[in-house]
Design a protein around this ligand. Structure first.
Ligand SMILES: *Cc1c(COP(=O)(O)O)cnc(C)c1O
Length: 371
């Protein structure tokens, strides 16, 4: 049996008629940027999250960057980011000239640990930027309470958490604004790069509509220094074809995750590996199913030899990435992020994986630890 980590083809096959119709609609309209498809998708996505505004942009990184630009975050400012996560979150901060201040994760959920936040807040702190990593939201009530106390802006990185909930409230509606990615492998993915910002803040929404379009609302009248960061009509139309399926596709991941949790529990009890932890208030969408083991590389090779694809999210913590050499961080600065980078392994999970495939992965993992 072959179990790919990710296979986008069955999703495309299931939606082929709707995707074909979306393509024809855009071609028939003769309009490729900033038109009806984008406006419609923005309204539909905002409604699905339960916020007043959605602003489509070119990708998830620029969604985050544009919000920081709109807030005037820049040189001399600090933004608190997770030490364990994807480098794009840090890059958004660095690209506006501000400094990412890493916060270590909660060792059970891997998300930014609210208990460690207070000690990192300085007079220069402007924004707290949690990631809802692997499809499960960060502990937002605690983060929001601290932010409110210090007058800080909360920007969610909701790239991996489309449809996830925290105390019943949707990811993308848990802070002042959220940056979202529709990169093809995300739970809601376009057929190329795409992203969005969600927010209830009408002023911010208006600023973002300028900033994504060279800083102009009226063509050739440039009021602020913007980017070119637009979500195309074609990608908006493809996203509209998929959005109605998001909840059902997320729901198909849940029993697969339950299968992993049940079948791998004995290995966790024996101390061979660590399983994902889901707090009672969390409602994850299983963007990734991530286990941890000290024998990660050998397990990954064993799985590969038996036809099981896996991933590592992520192998090098941002502070040790060559891109951030010169920023002054070194090994030992963020021990949890470093340990997790050495131990995490993402097992296949997606709406088109079968129970039999998950059972095969579990059996193959169990075999490995019997040796
Ligand atoms: C994918 C991702 C991003 C970046 O999104 P792009 O659309 O690829 O720019 C940012 N943060 C996290 C946590 C992501 O997973």
């Amino acid at each position: 049996m072959k179990v790919p980590i990710l296979d986008l083809k069955p999703a495309a096959d299931e939606l082929r008629p709707a995707l074909d119709a979306a393509y024809r609609r855009v071609m028939d309209s003769g309009w490729l940027l900033l038109g009806h498809e984008l406006e419609s998708f923005e309204a539909e996505y905002a409604a699905s999250v339960g916020v007043a505004h959605c602003i489509g942009v070119a990708n998830g990184l620029e969604a985050l960057q544009l919000v920081l630009m709109a807030r005037g975050v820049g040189p001399g400012d600090e933004v608190i980011v997770p030490s364990h996560g994807y480098i794009a979150t840090w890059l958004a901060v660095t690209h506006v000239g501000a400094r990412p201040v890493p916060c270590e994760p909660d060792p059970l959920t891997y998300n930014l640990d609210p208990a460690r936040l207070a000690a990192l807040i300085t007079p220069r702190t402007k924004v707290i930027l949690p990631i809802h990593l692997y499809g499960q939201t960060a502990e937002m009530p605690a983060i929001n309470a601290l932010a409110a106390h210090h007058g800080l802006f909360v920007l969610e990185d909701a790239a991996q958490s489309h449809g996830a909930r925290c105390h019943g409230r949707a990811s993308g509606a848990l802070g002042h604004a959220a940056g979202i990615s529709f990169y093809p492998s995300k739970n809601l993915g376009a057929l190329a790069d795409a992203g969005a910002v969600t927010t209830d803040d009408a002023t911010l929404a208006d600023q973002l509509r300028h900033l994504r379009n060279y800083g102009s609302k009226v063509r050739y009248h440039n009021e602020v220094l913007g980017l070119n960061s637009r979500l195309s009509e074609l990608q908006a139309a493809f996203l509209r074809a998929q959005l109605p399926h998001l909840a059902a596709w997320n729901a198909r991941r849940t029993p697969l995750a339950a299968r992993y949790l049940a079948q791998l529990a004995p290995l966790a009890a024996a101390g061979h590996l660590t399983l994902p932890h889901v707090p009672a208030w969390a409602d994850p969408v299983w963007h990734l199913f991530v286990i941890r083991t000290a024998r990660r590389d050998a397990l990954q090779a064993h799985l590969a030899a038996h036809g099981v694809g896996t991933g590592i999210h992520y192998p090098i913590p941002p502070h040790l990435s060559p891109a951030y050499r010169g920023a002054g961080w070194q090994r030992g600065d963020f021990p949890l992020a470093e340990k997790f980078a050495d131990e995490v392994l993402s097992l296949p999970i997606g709406p088109h994986h079968t129970a039999a495939q998950i059972d095969f992965v579990c059996a193959t993992v169990s075999d490995f630890f019997k040796k």
